[in-house]
Design a protein around this ligand. Structure first.
Ligand SMILES: *Cc1c(COP(=O)(O)O)cnc(C)c1O
Length: 418
């Protein structure tokens, strides 16, 4: 996108300039939002192809439109790579994104009014796991588990007690702000006891699982949903993996139950990302993501930051800023001005409101893709401390430009994939 003579530049200079500016921004900031990443140039290229022109409602070999000579093998490659990489019986690669993938699972197994159990949003779950403002919390009866106040960790005994009392037909495990390893075997045991379908939503950790840096839910969960664009480093999209027993129900739920035509350019990008994720380099990447998160957590702890659950096992760190006397939103805004991109987030049992909570959610997928290592995480922690300390003292505007310069210097040495 650096070429000033692209078709986009000529047709729509306004959008072209904004895209270029966003590209520059992604290059010059330290991106710590744990659900984001950088795709490879190959994935990016696949998503910007003529495949976007084609309709292909149905599945490979069973379409409702002609002209699928090349679309069918593309989708089949994506399916085969997904089942191969994760060791699952069946894969559906058509969900438009993580939320529709989860909705399709409800459609496959639940009637309106029946009971779902998931982790509550402010404890680290996702909206689509039955949170009240989501369709999943209004169309279904939802019971929600959380973490223990004393440890900040999930308590499988509490999960079991709630499951036995409420007998949900569907149980979700996984979430968006969980810094610790998920006990898929423990959840499977609870689900079996009450004959519920267990869904592992691995949106955040799919790349870690593919790379062997987090245990896999395969063999424990009946259904696995995931986005493709977080640690997995593919395009915006999602997949549903499941056992053979549920394959038909899942496929029917995605199409024609919930969606129309699949986004074939995205399917191609997913196929490319899955091929990349099967390489030894990706295994190294996944382990480096975790090593960087651990290093960042340790450096932050040394600097007096309080971390929910005391640290991290994966790519994600949840900081409780209460002890630093700043709020999550103010800290996120100041850090952004300094070139460090985070997102404010509730912490478990947060006394503050969701739109200005106590926490900051960060992670290392993006910085690791750029090639940064644990020693750079110590630097990042130092900058975060400088900004947050200045914010508490009231002189943050003096500090952010200085940190910003140092941040840009580091980003120059670790460029995103191009
Ligand atoms: C990101 C995420 C989703 C939703 O994905 P979208 O693509 O934003 O719809 C669902 N579940 C979990 C656990 C997530 O982290």
């Amino acid at each position: 996108m650096n070429n000033a003579n692209t078709a986009l530049q000529q047709a729509d200079p306004d959008i072209a300039e904004l895209v270029r500016a966003e590209e520059r921004r992604q290059d010059e900031v330290i991106r710590l939002i744990p659900s984001e990443n950088y795709v490879s140039a190959a994935v990016l290229e696949a998503t910007g192809t003529v495949l976007t022109n084609k309709y292909s409602e149905g599945y490979p070999g069973k379409r409702y439109y002609e002209g699928q000579q090349f679309i069918d093998p593309i989708e089949q490659l994506a399916i085969n790579r997904a089942t191969g990489l994760f060791g699952a019986d069946h894969a559906n690669v058509q969900p438009y994104s993580g939320s529709p993938a989860n909705l399709a699972v409800y459609l496959a197994f639940l009637r309106p009014g029946e009971t779902v159990m998931g982790m509550s949003l402010p404890m680290g779950g996702h909206l689509t796991h039955g949170w009240a403002v989501s369709a999943t919390g209004t169309w279904f009866k939802s019971v929600q588990y959380g973490v223990r106040r004393d440890t900040g960790r999930l308590d499988m005994d509490q999960v079991r007690d709630l499951a036995l009392a409420e007998r949900p037909k569907l149980i979700f495990c996984g979430g968006t702000a969980i810094p610790r390893t998920i006990d898929f075997a423990g959840f499977a045991q609870v689900a079996r006891e009450i004959d519920a379908v267990l869904v592992a939503d691995i949106a955040h950790i799919a790349g870690l699982i593919a790379g062997g840096a987090h245990p896999s839910p395969v063999g424990h969960a009946d259904v696995i949903t995931t986005t493709t664009h977080k640690t997995l480093r593919g395009p915006r999209g999602a997949m549903i993996l499941c056992t053979q027993q549920h394959a038909k129900a899942i496929d029917k739920a995605v199409f024609p139950g919930l969606q129309g035509g699949p986004h074939n350019h995205t399917t191609a990008g997913i196929a490319v990302a899955l091929k990349e994720a099967a390489t030894p380099e990706f295994r190294t990447y996944a382990h480096n993501v975790v090593a960087n998160a651990r290093a960042l957590a340790e450096s932050l702890t040394e600097r007096g930051f309080e971390l929910v659950s005391g640290g991290t096992d994966n790519h994600l760190i949840l900081i409780d800023l209460a002890s630093k006397n700043v709020t999550g939103k103010a800290a996120a805004k100041a850090l952004d001005a300094a070139g460090i991109e985070t997102n404010y987030n509730t912490v478990p049992f947060d006394p503050r409101k969701p739109f200005d909570p106590s926490g900051l959610r960060i992670g290392t997928p993006s910085v690791t893709t750029r090639g940064m290592a644990p020693e750079h995480m110590a630097q990042v922690a130092g900058w975060m401390d400088e900004v947050v300390t200045a914010l508490a003292k009231g002189n943050v505007d003096d500090v952010t430009p200085v940190v910003r310069q140092q941040v840009v210097a580091l980003t120059r040495a670790f460029r995103p994939p191009a």
